[in-house]
Design a protein around this ligand. Structure first.
Ligand SMILES: [Zn+2]
Length: 266
C-alpha cells in the first residue's frame, strides 16, 4: 500500500494563535514539534498496518515546518510549494491507496477554531462550494476523489472532524482541540499522538473504499474577500463574475477548473 499524508498546523494539538503558526515567531517551535510528532504518529500507524510507501506534504504556509529527520525512513517529504493547482495534495495521483489529513482545521468564518480559514487567511473571509462553506478538507477531498483516492483519516479541531463525519461517516477522526471563542480546549499532546497512531492503523486495516465520497457534477464557487479591490481584481479571471463589493462567483462542471481558479485568485 502507498499512502499520502497532508499536514497543516492550525489543527495541531494546542495551536490557537497565529504566532504559533509562523516560522519567524518564537511561539512556533513548540507547534512545529507537535505537528512533527502527529505526522510521525500517522506514519507509524500506517507502517503498523503494512504500508510500505508514504508521501508527506508539509502543507502549511512556507511548507517548511515538519522536522524531516524525525520521520520514519518509509516517508518521503514534500517541502515548499511547487505552485501546482493541487497545492496541499501536490503529487497525489491514482497510484495512492488513501489520503490522510493531519492538523486540519475548520473552514473560513467557522467559530470552531480561533484560526479557522480556507486557503489564504489574510485575504479571504470564506469560500463557498455549491452553497456550503468549504474547508480545505472538502476542497482536497474532492481533488483526491478525481483520482479515486479516499480520505480515510483526519485529525484536527472538533469542527473539521464533525464535517468529515458528515461527508462520510466511515472516515476515522481524532479531534484534538475544541474551539471556544478565541480559545481552544485541547487533549494532552501525547494522548493526541497515541490516538492518531492507533486511528490511522485501524483506518488502514479496514476496507478503505468505504470512505469514498461522491464528486458533484457541477461546481458553484463563491469567494468572499476581506478587501473589496481584491474581488474587483479577481473578477477579471476568465469565467469569474463579481456579485457584491467583496464577493465573486465562478462555476464549472470540471473540478480541475476550480482548483486552477483557486490557485490564481487566492
Ligand atoms: Zn495552515
Amino acid at each position: 500500500m502507498k499512502i499520502y499524508i497532508s499536514a497543516d498546523i492550525e489543527g495541531v494539538t494546542g495551536v490557537m494563535h497565529w504566532n504559533e503558526t509562523e516560522k519567524s515567531k518564537p511561539d512556533f517551535q513548540e507547534a512545529c514539534e507537535q505537528m512533527t510528532k502527529e505526522v510521525k504518529a500517522a506514519c507509524e500507524g500506517a507502517i503498523n498496518a503494512g504500508v510500505k510507501e508514504i508521501w508527506v506534504k508539509d502543507a502549511h504556509e512556507t511548507g517548511r515546518n515538519i522536522i524531516a529527520s524525525r520521520l520514519p525512513r518509509e516517508a518521503k517529504l514534500i517541502r515548499g510549494w511547487s505552485e501546482h493547482p493541487l497545492l496541499m495534495v501536490q503529487e497525489l495521483d491514482k497510484s495512492f491507496n488513501a489520503l490522510i489529513m493531519i492538523g486540519y482545521h475548520s473552514y473560513g468564518s467557522s467559530s470552531d477554531n480561533p484560526l479557522s480559514h480556507t486557503l489564504n487567511p489574510f485575504e479571504l473571509n470564506y469560500i463557498k462550494l455549491n452553497g456550503q462553506f468549504a474547508s480545505e478538507f472538502l476542497i482536497y477531498s474532492y481533488a483526491a476523489t478525481t483520482f479515486d483516492v479516499p480520505v480515510i483519516f483526519i485529525s484536527g479541531d472538533e469542527g473539521i472532524c464533525k464535517e468529515a463525519k458528515k461527508l462520510n461517516n466511515n472516515i476515522k477522526t481524532v479531534a484534538v482541540n475544541k474551539g471556544v471563542g478565541n480559545s481552544v480546549i485541547s487533549i494532552h499532546p501525547q494522548l493526541a499522538v497515541e490516538r492518531i497512531k492507533k486511528g490511522v492503523e485501524l483506518a488502514l486495516k479496514r476496507d478503505v473504499n468505504q470512505c469514498k465520497i461522491h464528486l458533484p457534477a457541477h461546481f458553484e464557487v463563491e469567494l468572499s474577500y476581506k478587501k473589496h479591490w481584491k474581488a474587483f481584481k479577481t473578477s477579471f479571471y476568465p469565467g469569474m463574475r463579481q456579485i457584491s463589493s467583496t464577493n465573486v462567483f465562478f462555476e464549472s462542471k470540471n473540478y480541475d477548473d476550480v482548483l486552477r481558479m483557486l490557485l490564481f485568485v487566492t
